[in-house]
Design a protein around this ligand. Structure first.
Ligand code: CA
Ligand code: CA
Length: 585
């Protein structure tokens, strides 16, 4: 019997190489960071390190890196392109603005298929009509849409296999993060933190889209589990009702999981960052407002929160703590690191969430004077926007000028980690804001802020130069910034690190750049003709190493950037994929 099975397996493998292509398995996804022929997950491995063991493109050969092909997303729907592409079996899958997705031949740049999700009138994306990427599993490619749906398509044909609604877009829900696959489940978050939605993480069967469990990230809400027949059962309340929220505010408490998550097969935990508590006016909700502005570690097997770590309790500055939690080895233990929008870099035990170390990764941070022994911020009360009720007319509280701005020391652009250098490569920004509070009450589908603001540039003398963006190499062992490369405009794309001793990142000015990962010396750049606000990837095919990045200026900065938006309003929009490889000797 056993012999027969083996013979059949060999036959199947032989057939799949010539006719059909291999389906993506759970094991493929868990090994993604090590396998160089494909890119199967957001983060280039669900741990999120964005590190490749490839070495063909290195500090010596980089001068021969030239475009292999470019592909235009077409149409008038340009706007911000924030997606990380995936590469499977010679096909690239990349999402684009307005909930579009493309399949492209990785060698030639020829389009295989494209799919445009039909969006209704009245969607409410806060921060441009962007999407950050897809997930692949089996023969499917799956992505989220601006009207809060999930769509699964056949990788070969682009035909819709299933579609599921996450929630009501008319209540402010949307979705733009790349889903991840963990233990064979599809994990997704929600966007809409500026509209009083309820943040949560959902697990689905990736083959069918049917729910398996849901875990709210606002304390007080019930979690659920679902059976194959569609039955729904309670699965424990997240935290304790009213333990960290006054009155009924938790019912519209925000904490959107809008950047999605990471997953570490070694801990069995999925790590999701959570956004601001709603509304922004913190005087309405005394308390820590769990689990907003936190990293929440969820046991994928049970859908329970195993631990949480809150960067900004009782947030008053829109310091969404959504930033990716990247797991890595240090001193023989598994840790995770996060460069928080609030300007602090945190190193935590990946199994327990225990605080190991925290330090600012920006030069100007004024809302807190430091962190205590448990990593809790020591607030500077003078830099919390005032209570409008205490204001002179009851309509506007004291204006404070604080840093970072609400767009953060780091925002959606993911960092990379190199086990070779031991450094994290953090795309950071130096900026401040005037911010004040106003009275507000919840109204379905309306902005729920209770705040006004203007983002401002900082004095050059405070940050050591005239710049906003800075790619920084951060040592998680010491808290030191080892090197930095500054940039005129705010950085809004992500980073890729390679064993070839390089880091790659893009700028709003339209350059894809590479630097020596050890020294921070810039060694290569290429102008793609529009701003880059997406993370690059790399893979190898037929013995050649490729680099790819999506290009297209947009995202939150031109929409929300105040004085900084004026500084970048000369940049042109676009929408294309750029792929590079080495010119032969
Ligand atoms: Ca891989
Ligand atoms: Ca927010």
């Amino acid at each position: 019997m056993k012999k027969t099975t083996l013979a059949l397996l060999v036959l199947t493998a032989g057939a799949s190489a010539s006719a059909t292509r291999a389906a993506v398995t759970v094991a493929d996804i868990e090994n993604d960071a090590q396998t160089t022929g494909d890119v199967l997950s957001w983060g280039m491995g669900t741990e999120g390190q964005r590190y490749s063991p490839l070495t063909a493109i290195n500090t010596t050969t980089i001068k021969r890196l030239v475009p292999a092909w470019s592909y235009s997303y077409g149409g008038e729907k340009q706007r911000g392109q924030e997606a990380q592409p995936l590469v499977v079996n010679g096909r690239m899958f990349v999402t684009a603005s307005y909930s579009r997705i493309y399949a492209i031949d990785t060698k030639t740049g020829r389009r295989l298929w494209q799919y445009e999700h039909r969006l209704p009138e009245g969607i409410m994306p806060c921060c441009d009509v962007i999407n950050r990427g897809a997930a692949v599993f089996d023969n499917l490619v799956i992505y989220a849409t601006l009207d809060a749906q999930l769509v699964a398509l056949d990788q070969a044909t682009g035909k819709v296999v299933w579609k599921e609604k996450i929630d009501d877009y008319a209540a402010g829900y949307s979705a733009s993060a790349a889903p991840i696959i963990a233990k064979g489940l599809l994990l997704t978050g929600v966007s809409g933190g500026e509209f009083g939605i309820i943040g949560r993480v959902e697990a689905r069967d990736p083959k069918t889209g049917k729910m398996v469990w849901s875990r709210p990230t606002v304390e007080g809400h019930m979690g659920y589990k679902f059976d194959a027949a569609g039955g729904k059962a309670e699965n424990g309340i997240s935290g304790t009702v009213n333990a960290s929220w006054p009155g009924d505010l938790w019912k519209v408490g925000g904490a959107a999981t809008w950047l999605g998550g990471t997953y570490d097969a070694r801990t069995g935990l999925a790590y999701f960052g959570t956004g601001n508590p709603a509304p922004w006016n913190s005087h309405l909700r005394p308390g820590d407002n769990l689990y907003s502005c936190s990293t929440v570690a969820i046991d994928v097997a049970t859908g329970q929160i195993k631990w949480h770590f809150q960067g900004t309790p009782n947030d008053g500055w829109d310091y969404d703590g959504v930033n990716e939690f990247v797991t890595f080895d240090m001193n023989g233990k598994r840790f995770g690191a996060k460069a928080d929008r609030n300007g602090f870099f945190y190193v935590l035990d990946a199994n327990t969430g225990k605080f190991e170390r925290g330090f600012p990764f920006v030069k100007k941070l004024t809302w807190a004077t430091g962190l205590d022994a448990n990593g809790r911020p020591i607030f500077d009360p003078a830099n919390r926007p005032g209570d409008p009720v205490q204001g002179t007319d009851g309509k506007k509280g004291t204006v404070v000028t604080t840093a970072p701005s609400f767009l953060g020391g780091k925002n959606q652009m993911p960092m990379a980690y190199s086990p070779e250098t031991g450094y994290f490569y953090v795309p950071s920004n130096e900026w401040g804001m005037d911010i004040w509070n106003e009275p507000i009450s919840y109204k379905k589908g309306a902005a729920y802020l209770g705040a006004g603001f203007t983002i401002k540039t900082l004095d050059a003398k405070d940050i050591g130069g005239d710049y906003i963006g800075a790619l920084r190499a951060v040592d998680p062992r010491t808290g030191k910034i080892v090197w930095q490369i500054t940039n005129n405009a705010p950085l809004w794309g992500g980073v890729l690190a390679t064993k070839g001793g390089l880091v790659f990142w893009g700028t709003p000015e339209g350059y894809l750049k590479a630097a020596d990962a050890k020294t921070g010396k810039e060694v290569w750049s290429f102008q793609v003709g529009t701003g880059i606000v997406a993370p690059p990837i790399t893979w190898e095919q037929d013995g050649e190493q490729y680099i790819a990045v999506s290009a297209g200026w947009g995202g939150a900065v031109p929409l929300w950037g105040g004085e900084v938006a004026k500084k970048v309003n000369t940049l042109n929009q676009g929408g294309s994929m750029w792929v590079f490889k080495l010119l032969r000797d």
